[in-house]
Design a protein around this ligand. Structure first.
Ligand SMILES: Cc1cc2nc3c(=O)[nH]c(=O)nc-3n(C[C@H](O)[C@H](O)[C@H](O)COP(=O)(O)OP(=O)(O)OC[C@H]3O[C@@H](n4cnc5c(N)ncnc54)[C@H](O)[C@@H]3O)c2cc1C
Length: 526
């Protein structure tokens, strides 16, 4: 089956839907999502969106805070552009009906770690959900937007897939697996926008949604695009350790209100030995300390204990956490919470310019899938939804401005299944998936060494052959598509980490603990 759109967007989160809405007045747009439309990270965002909206705050201050967090690796021109575009992006969301919290007739702004001023607009503690609902509603109402859930992109289509073979490198759409009809379809367009989110699921513990398997990064890499800064993975220090519930965050406010971190083996509080601010040290220091305790003593988790506080106080301050954990048999007013750090955000990705253009003609990217130059070596809280809004709009504008220069798709060869059979061993996929996530967690996690990274690299190389054989012999399934991408992305993360001979921002290695004077991006060229 073949479907043609003017523009094809892969991903229905904040970045993809923003691009779609900004194109739909002039173009027929198809938006695909590999599961339900609202299943990306956008709907999970709790905190809010950063923008300079109040007297006393300034663009310079937001730029500075972003650059300090990014450890000097940010591209200043990009930071200035995004920060300057933020107020307008918030206005667009308000026009779509996002009910941002207000106080005294003005937007209520909160403050988050790393921000020198109150500048976070929010909808209680469920900002992402409100933004996602507004964008999805507007897209669903637009006659020029076709929303296609349950359609998993497999690979980008280039001139090599055309009946009139060409090596121009231009992208004309993609092959995708229709999960309902259980068949591969050919979707073509003049421009394709990758808005597939991050790659957090390469790690055993992650707050990212189930589908964050780096599909867009892997597809762009296979299509010849450069990938950058993949070593910078942001970890949240305290995620619930539970075999059933894998991505429940325990807010940092629990430590802020007196929660103590203890080692289950010794029963001792350990943070004072790492930092004089103890449990109130910055996120990355706490994450590293927990990681060290876990690795040194072979633990599964550490305890976060707020039971020393008055029970009423705990229930009043953390009603959601209290209820959720009580449902899992943990009464946090009486007992400690088992926690581990968890992957939280992918700073690196597909290299794009200020217009969201990638290296391949006709291929754009926006949001967490990209390395735009905004975040540098560490993301400043609440800058990521902002990045989706600004770059989604920029990509749409560039597509419209350069429409006549974008090549109409040629006739494309259909997906060839003549030499593959149905898989007889799905267990292989689950096994390899688990292996990748475990060695990425143990060897390519918060604290790295060259030896551990090399160990991980050897495992990736070994599994690559197995996955390649499997992919070559069996019909694609959603799990196989994700596994292939996860392995590709794991390889990109390890190679990036191995090539950085310093510690900077989120990349911390015991073999190179110093930060070099010059800040350089890691750029992998296919
Ligand atoms: C728990 C949590 C809290 C957060 N809190 C905040 C916050 O307060 N503020 C902030 O700024 N940021 C926050 N973030 C980060 C922010 O939510 C994300 O960076 C942002 O939402 C990413 O949006 P996106 O549009 O790039 O991708 P996503 O919203 O993740 O959407 C990805 C889309 O791509 C689709 N997709 C992926 N692969 C394929 C494929 N192969 N084929 C078809 N479709 C595909 C998915 O189905 C999905 O529709 C948080 C993240 C998490 C996990």
């Amino acid at each position: 089956m073949n479907r043609e759109f003017d523009v094809l967007i892969v991903g229905s989160g904040a970045a993809g839907l923003t691009a779609a809405l900004n194109l739909a007045e002039t173009r027929k747009v198809g938006v695909i999502a590999k599961g339900a439309l609202g299943e990306g990270a956008s709907g999970l965002a709790q905190g809010g969106i950063a923008a300079v909206l109040e007297e006393g705050d300034s663009f310079e201050a937001h730029v500075k805070d972003t650059m300090v967090a990014g450890a000097g690796l940010n591209d200043r021109a990009v930071v200035e552009h995004v920060v300057g575009a933020a107020p307008r992006a918030i206005e667009r969301l308000i026009a779509l009906g996002v009910p941002f919290a207000e106080e005294g007739g003005a937007l209520h702004l909160t403050r988050e770690g790393g921000h020198s001023h109150r500048r976070i607009v929010h909808v209680a503690d469920a900002t992402g959900w409100a933004v996602q609902q507004a964008l999805e509603g507007a897209a669903a109402r637009h006659k020029n937007i076709t929303l296609i859930p349950d359609m998993a992109a497999i690979d980008l289509i280039s001139g090599r897939h055309a009946e009139s073979f060409s090596t121009s490198g231009a992208i004309h759409g993609l092959y995708a697996y229709n999960r309902k009809k259980k068949r591969v379809e050919t979707l073509t367009a003049r421009a394709t926008v990758l808005a597939t989110g991050g790659a957090g699921r390469a790690y055993l513990y992650s707050t990212a949604p189930r589908g964050a398997t780096g599909d867009g990064i892997a597809m762009a890499w296979r299509a010849g695009c450069r990938i950058s800064n993949m070593e910078f993975m942001q970890f949240h220090p305290t995620c619930l350790y539970n075999l059933q519930v894998k991505n429940f965050l325990i807010t940092e406010a629990v430590r802020g209100e007196g929660g103590l971190l203890t080692n289950p083996r010794t029963g001792e509080r350990f943070m004072p030995a790492y930092d004089k601010r103890a449990e109130l040290a910055p996120r990355d220091i706490v994450a590293r300390a927990i990681d060290n305790e876990i690795k040194r003593d072979g633990l599964d988790f550490v305890w976060l204990d707020i039971s020393g506080k008055d029970a009423e106080f705990v229930r009043g301050h953390f009603p959601n956490i209290y209820e959720k954990l009580l449902g899992l048999g943990i009464d946090i007013t009486r007992e400690p919470i088992p926690v581990v750090p968890a992957q939280h955000y992918t700073c690196g990705g597909v290299m794009v310019d200020l217009c969201g253009r990638t290296d391949a003609p006709g291929l754009y990217a926006a949001g967490e899938v990209t390395q735009s130059g905004l975040h540098g070596a560490n993301r400043l809280a609440s800058n990521s939804l902002l990045e989706c809004l600004v770059f989604g709009e920029a990509a749409a504008r560039d597509i419209n401005e350069h429409w006549d220069g974008l090549a109409p798709p040629p006739a494309i060869r259909g997906w060839d299944e003549s030499r593959v059979a149905d898989s007889d061993e799905e267990v292989v996929i689950q096994q390899i998936w688990g292996e990748i996530r475990r060695f990425m967690w143990n060897f390519v996690g918060i604290v790295r060494t060259t030896k551990r990274l090399e160990r991980a690299k050897r495992r990736v190389d070994m599994l690559r052959q197995e996955v390649h054989d499997y992919y070559a012999h069996f019909r694609v399934t959603p799990d196989l598509i994700e596994l292939r991408n996860l392995l590709e992305v794991a390889d990109l993360i390890i190679r990036s980490a191995l090539s950085r001979h310093e510690s900077r921002g989120l990349h911390y290695t015991l073999d190179f603990p110093e930060t070099l004077d010059e800040a350089c991006d890691t750029v992998l060229v296919p």
